[in-house]
Design a protein around this ligand. Structure first.
Ligand SMILES: [Zn+2]
Length: 430
């Protein structure tokens, strides 16, 4: 048993549903076998367990581990290619890099870099867009299991309009997806996600094969992209004879409570109704949306229609692995939308970075908040005392203000330690 003594901030009650930030200083979390067994004032918890090790974390702030619901494994080396809209960026930046993962040695290096990126940023659970190559997805799962992260991922499939070496066939897509799932589904913290890249690059036959794999793999997840860029949306509507973009997934049995679709910057009301009725979730990726000029996310419309929204970094369409930066960008976008935007508090940003993702990924009973009974997935934010963030936290007007400063100024360099299931996967020095 270990006792973590800290100031803890989390959002057990959804701020979009009236909840507020839960902030407690000098409390203790008692953790045994990866589970939080007690939470309360330090003196009380200590009195009940006088002999156990105490880790004093009072020189920073303890948050739940971040949950990134949209991040591309093969794009680590493609981060930061500015200046292109979606389809040009795919052709000139992302896809040439993704093709290199055909070589297993290359995929191994990229997987190491990728998992390092997540860990250093404090991300403990992720829905990862995999590779077009089954061998590279195997590499990702192998390394993710070693690191210990909660990773849901799968083989990315496409059969048109991308470079030839990234294309497959419906039969092969089904066979390889089912084979990967049979090797990995439920291994430690790993789960399988059926992953059509986007309807633009998937024929109806391929989406049908994805629907079959989704049905045949026990407890599978499904992820893809939707309504990111206006040119892309127009092309998809044309390719599918007028069917809405969300409808292309629904028509092939790919839309339900295990589905997370990235972006949805340009949805119609009918599509929002479809997402709400199916209980599918949307991964909002605000940095990517701004970087690729995709548009400003209509969060108010999603909330109005009751669509579940979580957050993702979209690396490499985004600009890095930090869910703090992503939260800040979400705030900026809603500010810029003026009367059409949603006024986001620091509690909303923390919710989007933690509990919302845990809910979207069906992990809400395990992670997202630091309460007794949950798994100990946590991030210790510990900036240098003389850094602007360190100074800001020390002089904050209260916990909400301190959290606002963490989102405004925090970077992966300020993440001291990270735990998943009680196992420390990042230390102060790396
Ligand atoms: Zn993406």
């Amino acid at each position: 048993m270990t006792i973590y003594r800290a100031t803890v901030l989390d959002t057990p009650v959804d701020p979009f549903g009236g909840g507020t930030l839960r902030a407690e200083s000098d409390i203790a979390l008692a953790v045994r076998d990866g589970q939080i067994t007690a939470r309360g004032p330090f003196a009380d918890v200590r009195a009940a367990t006088p002999d156990d090790e105490v880790l004093d974390l009072r020189d920073g702030v303890l948050l739940p581990g971040f949950v990134d619901t949209h991040v591309h494994f093969p794009q680590v080396r493609a981060i930061g290619a500015l200046g292109m809209p979606l389809l040009d960026w795919l052709e000139h930046s992302a896809l040439p890099e993704e093709a290199r993962l055909h070589e297993t040695g290359y995929a191994q290096s990229v997987a190491t870099e990728f998992l390092h990126g997540l860990t250093r940023a404090g991300t403990t659970s992720a829905l990862v867009f995999g590779s077009h190559f089954a061998s590279a997805v195997d590499v990702l799962f192998t390394q993710a299991e070693q690191v210990g992260l909660r990773v849901t991922s799968g083989l990315v499939v496409s059969d048109r309009l991308l470079r030839a070496d990234l294309l497959t066939t419906p039969e092969r897509a089904y066979d390889e997806s089912v084979a990967l799932a049979s090797r990995w589904q439920g291994h430690e913290r790993i789960r399988y996600a059926v992953t059509p890249r986007f309807s633009y690059s998937c024929s109806a036959d391929l989406l049908e094969a994805c629907g079959a794999a989704y049905k045949d793999i026990d407890d599978a997840w499904c992820t893809s992209h939707v309504n990111e860029n206006l040119t892309e949306v127009a092309e998809v509507t044309k390719l599918f004879g007028g069917t809405s973009y969300v409808g292309t997934y629904q028509d092939h049995g790919l839309l339900d409570t295990h589905t997370i679709l990235a972006h949805n910057v340009h949805p119609t009301d009918a599509e929002l109704d479809m997402l709400s009725a199916s209980r599918a979730a949307v991964a909002h990726c605000p940095t990517s949306n701004a970087s690729l000029g995709s548009g400003m996310f209509p969060l108010a419309a999603h909330l109005h229609h009751g669509v579940r929204v979580a957050m993702g970094t979209d690396v490499g369409g985004g600009t890095g692995f930090s869910m703090l930066k992503e939260g800040l960008q979400a705030y900026f976008i809603q500010s810029l939308l003026g009367a059409q935007g949603v006024s986001l508090t620091p509690a909303h940003l923390l919710h989007l970075a933690t509990t919302a993702g845990a809910d979207a990924l069906g992990l809400r009973d395990q992670v997202g908040e630091l309460s007794a009974g949950k798994r100990f997935d946590a991030v210790f934010v510990a900036p240098a005392a003389d850094s602007p963030l360190g100074v800001g936290i020390r002089h904050a007007a209260g916990p909400d203000d301190a959290l606002a400063k963490i989102f405004a100024m925090g970077t992966p360099a300020d993440i001291g330690r990270v735990w998943v299931d009680g196992k420390q996967i990042k230390h102060d020095t790396w």
